[in-house]
Structure formats: structure tokens, C-alpha cells
Design a protein around this ligand. Structure first.
Ligand SMILES: C[S@@+](CC[C@H](N)C(=O)[O-])C[C@H]1O[C@@H](n2cnc3c(N)ncnc32)[C@H](O)[C@@H]1O
Length: 236
């Protein structure tokens, strides 16, 4: 049944001490730390597409541990990263071979625009593991989800920061509430049922569908992480 399959990603990630693992080698006094267990959900979605030639982007590179894992997992992919602090990359030169890292701020649209220009055929998977500041999570999602290829997925990690004082900054103070509104967009037929006949709603000219109503296929929440899938073909 679901989520009982072998966690290949966890196996592949051995030696790349990302906190996406079940347990990872921490720095400092704790040598073995409990991770986020995100590999379990990533494995569920990504195993079937593991060998495809995709463009993969992760925001927040740190010491390169997760990109090293993704490179070993997605053997035919082009792997890209975004990182604000280039001093981190000193630690991970060997690991990051054949991976292109863009140095800049995920909350700066001009920078994001430049990144997208460089990767002409667009991204298939985008993971936000950057600042975890609620305002940044929204700016980055609103810019990059539009650039995601049809049928792609956008993942926001550590959405629990919406419950923590220090991360609630910027124009949006709660990414979970923001994403709940996107759930409303997925349920567009129900949402505007009060105005129109539910069954021919998508033929109704009166309601102009928003970008998200047209393009979000589904939203899946797990503890601390959210997967937003883009439609292969937009709603009309
Ligand atoms: C949680 S760490 C990434 C860990 C890495 N993905 C892993 O699993 O091994 C977050 C990273 O995001 C970077 N970061 C913080 N604010 C950022 C911003 N505004 N734009 C881009 N990167 C940012 C930090 O410098 C840090 O390296």
C-alpha cells in the first residue's frame, strides 16, 4: 500500500548529510540527529521519474549535501541550485561538480528572472529550502511557479515556520494560510458553485479563471512540507 515502498532516496542519500534524511550527521555536539524524513515523500513522488532527463532546481544549497543527493538520485537530470551565501560553496566544491549554482537572493525577482533566462527550457521540479521566511516563500513561489514546466511540481519545505515568530516576515506572514487559498483554487468548481451551475462552470464565460485556478492540479500537505503540482494542460 501507499508509503510502504522501499525508500530508495534514503539509501542513495547515505553519505550526503542533508537533514532531509531520516537521520543525519549533525555538526557540533550532536553526531546523529533526527532529520525531517522528507526523503520518504520525495521517494514516493520521484522514484517513477528517477531516470528522466529533467531540469531540477533547489533553492538553498548550504554545504551542498542535498544537491549531492539529488545528483546521485536523478542520474540523467540537469541539477541547479540557488544560494545567497557563496562562502558555503567552499565546503562543497567536489560534491557540486556538474551542478550549476546561481548566487543571489530568492526574494529578488530580478535575480530570479536572470536565473530563468539562463535555463531556457524551464524547470520540472523546484524545491524551496532557502530562507524559510514566509514572505520569501510567497515571492519565490509566485515568480517561479509560473516558470515551472507543465506537469511539474513545486515543493516548499519547512512550512512550519509559519508558526514561528522569527520567520513571519514580509507581505505574507503565513504560508500555510496562503496555500490554503490555493487549495480553494484547486476546488474552483465548488468555490463558485454559489454563483453558477456546478457542472458547466468551466464553460462559464462569466468567471475569468485566475492563473492558479487554471494551472494548479493538486496540493499535497505532509508534516512541514507541501507539494504543489502543475497541470499538464491548463483549465480553460
Ligand atoms: C536549510 S539550508 C539548505 C540545506 C540544503 N538544502 C540541504 O538539504 O543540505 C538553507 C540555505 O538557504 C540559504 N538562504 C537563506 N536565505 C536565502 C535567500 N534569501 N536566498 C537564497 N538562499 C538563501 C542559506 O544561506 C542556507 O544555505
Amino acid at each position: 500500500m501507499f508509503f510502504r515502498n522501499e525508500n530508495i532516496l534514503e539509501k542513495v542519500s547515505k553519505g550526503s548529510e542533508t537533514d532531509k534524511r531520516e537521520f543525519f550527521k549533525g555538526t557540533g555536539y550532536k553526531s546523529k540527529r533526527r532529520g525531517s524524513f522528507f526523503t520518504k515523500w520525495y521517494n514516493f513522488y520521484f522514484s517513477p521519474i528517477r531516470f528522466e532527463k529533467i531540469n531540477f532546481l533547489e533553492i538553498g544549497v548550504g554545504r551542498g549535501n542535498s544537491l549531492f543527493m539529488w545528483k546521485k538520485f536523478f542520474v540523467n537530470a540537469n541539477i541547479y541550485g540557488i544560494e545567497i551565501d557563496k562562502t558555503y560553496l567552499e565546503y562543497s566544491k567536489n560534491k557540486l561538480e556538474n551542478i550549476e549554482i546561481f548566487i543571489g537572493d530568492q526574494s529578488n525577482e530580478k535575480f530570479l528572472k536572470k536565473v530563468c533566462k539562463k535555463v531556457e527550457d524551464g524547470f520540472d521540479i523546484i524545491i524551496d529550502d532557502g530562507s524559510h521566511i514566509t514572505g520569501h516563500q510567497v515571492i519565490t513561489f509566485e515568480y517561479l511557479f509560473k516558470k515551472l514546466n507543465p506537469g511539474g511540481v513545486y515543493v516548499i519545505e519547512d512550512i512550519h515556520t509559519s508558526y514561528l515568530k522569527g520567520f513571519k516576515k514580509g507581505s505574507c506572514k503565513n504560508i500555510i494560510n496562503y496555500l490554503k487559498n490555493r487549495v480553494e483554487d484547486v476546488n474552483i468548481r465548488g468555490k463558485i458553485r454559489k454563483y453558477y451551475n456546478a457542472y458547466d462552470i468551466l464553460n462559464q464565460k462569466k468567471h475569468k479563471l485566475s492563473y492558479y485556478e487554471k494551472s494548479i492540479e493538486s496540493i499535497h500537505f505532509y508534516p512541514d512540507i507541501c507539494f504543489i503540482f502543475k497541470r499538464g494542460i491548463e483549465n480553460e
